[in-house]
Design a binder for this molecule. Structure first.
Ligand code: SAH
Ligand code: SF4
Ligand code: F3S
Length: 477
């Protein structure tokens, strides 16, 4: 009988990829994904450690699961904690939540079958030392041990993985920004060989993926072993190679570091029609003093130059970013420089956060911590400006026709939701048969976080059409 598996994913796209792969690893053991943890035989929380709030969520969710486990008839529910909190605080989790059966880090989930077998043997009676902990950084990358077979029926953030898939090509980080836990939770930077990436992209495309997002904590630092074995390919070249897969219509990548935007990658934005005109390029701050204290390795001027080169290559490219306010030592004048940079660059969307001191990172020990009230004030001002820019960007789409990949059902009956080339959600009424199709949509309204549109007559392409996705220019033609 099929066993029910529930995976709840927090954090970044790499965690989304890992969650999908955990389902692949567990499928041969008879586990099938279900929506919620209520009746599950196994529950995995794939966690994020990036800010204090993110990490705290784990313990409150575990409290809820404890009740579910106790109430489950038969009593058997394996509870596992995965991801970056597991990596950073594994032993602490087992101590504070002794009903947790398994704790494993981002680099060891290929060993899940053994861990599950051990957990089943250990039974469900809580006891000291019973929980299994595997937070190694194995010498051989997990990718070499993951199955080729993809688990069926998998949804990632409400979208069928078989339509819009994430594919980890690079993992880990050697940059050690002074605020960031990632180098400690994910380990050293590693790029997968080109052949392995292309083979996995082909499998995803064969399973129906029309869009692939290449992910990595520093995805544009990618330098994978070339197919012939000689030398390495950067991300620009990899994207060019993946664009040759006919069934794939759209390629995206995230997250990029401003320091690693090389000429070949920028050229790909000019040359590869399937590469979507949207880029998430976190700048963090508009003050050189703060950037230096953060150890980001670039200046505001460097960032501006990268943006100029990108816009020269692809004039309609839409930009997104991350910002941290209230990093230690940030003064009002520094923050004003961030606002200035935002006004000058113009972002289609962005994320902004109050600085959260993380254990084990240098920033947490800096003297000149910023009081929370100042952080809150700066965050509100920055978010107001970013919201304004996002609304203006969405408003500018009204009246245009855009290529929209219809990825999932909307809340209203008969409604489908898709993405524009610029990552905007587009809601429109369309027959279910168009799920998975790239359609031409006429945009009728631009809202704060999404667009509304109508199907442009006769514009729908069949879901199986191998045609490349139209860019905005093409949609106008
Ligand atoms: N590798 C990416 C960022 C990964 S973390 C890069 O270098 O740009 C995602 C975002 O979380 C970061 O861009 C940053 O804005 C935010 N972040 C990371 N650590 C943080 C902390 N300690 N406090 C607040 N925000 C943080
Ligand atoms: Fe963290 Fe900096 Fe690495 Fe990004 S580049 S993952 S912010 S250490
Ligand atoms: Fe969070 Fe780990 Fe990703 S800390 S942002 S899940 S790499």
């Amino acid at each position: 009988m099929a066993k029910k598996l529930s995976i709840k994913t927090y954090g970044c796209q790499m965690n989304l990829y890992d969650s999908a792969r955990m389902a692949d690893v567990l499928a041969p053991l008879g586990y099938r994904l279900v929506d919620g943890p209520e009746d599950a035989d196994m529950v995995i929380l794939n966690t994020c450690h990036i800010r204090e709030k993110a990490a705290e969520k784990v313990f409150s969710e575990l409290g809820r699961l404890k009740g579910l486990k106790a109430a489950k008839s038969g009593g058997d529910m394996i509870i596992a904690v995965a991801g970056c909190v597991a990596q950073a605080e594994g032993a602490e989790i087992l101590r504070r939540a002794p009903f947790v059966d398994i704790v494993f880090g981002p680099q060891t989930y290929h060993r899940l079958p053994e861990m599950v077998a051990r957990a089943v043997r250990a039974g469900s009676e809580p006891g000291p030392g019973r929980g299994i902990l595997d937070t190694d950084f194995p010498v051989e990358p997990k990718f070499d041990h993951l199955p080729e077979e993809l688990a069926a029926g998998l949804e990632v953030q409400g979208t069928s993985r078989h339509l819009s898939a994430v594919l980890t090509v690079q993992e880990g980080c050697d940059k050690f920004c002074t605020f960031c836990v990632v180098p400690y939770t994910r380990g050293a930077e590693y790029s997968r060989p080109v052949d392995a990436v292309v083979a996995e992209a082909r499998r995803l495309a064969a399973a129906g993926a029309r869009e692939i997002t290449l992910v990595g904590q520093n995805v544009n630092a990618y330098h994978g072993e070339a197919p012939s074995g000689g030398g390495e390919w950067g991300l620009g070249r990899l994207i060019g190679g993946l664009a040759k897969i006919d069934e794939l219509d759209r390629i995206r990548y995230t997250t990029s570091h401003p320091r690693d935007m090389d000429d070949a990658l920028i050229a790909a934005h000019r040359e590869v029609a399937k590469l979507m005109p949207f880029l998430h390029l976190p700048v963090q701050s508009g003050s050189d003093r703060v950037l230096q204290a953060m150890n980001r390795g670039y200046s505001v001027g460097d960032y501006r130059r990268v943006v100029d080169r990108l816009r020269a290559a692809r004039p309609d490219i839409a930009l997104s970013s991350d910002f941290i306010v209230g990093f230690p030592g940030e003064r009002d004048a520094d923050f004003k420089e961030t606002l200035t940079l935002v006004r000058e660059v113009g972002f289609a969307q962005a994320y902004s956060f109050k600085y959260s001191p993380r254990p084990g990172t240098p920033g947490a020990t800096f003297d000149d911590q910023v009081p929370d009230a100042a952080k809150a004030e700066r965050l509100a001002a920055l978010q107001a400006l970013l919201d304004e820019q996002q609304a203006a960007f969405n408003q500018a789409a009204v009246g245009r026709t855009m290529a929209v990949l219809l990825a999932h059902r909307g809340r209203r009956p008969g409604q489908l939701v898709g993405r524009s080339p610029y990552m905007q959600s587009v809601h429109l009424m369309a027959p279910e048969s168009l799920l998975g199709a790239i359609v031409e949509a006429r945009i009728t309204a631009g809202r704060a976080n999404s667009l509304a549109g109508t199907l442009a007559r006769g514009a729908a392409r069949a879901a199986t059409s191998p045609a490349a996705d139209g860019t905005m220019e093409r949609a106008f033609a």
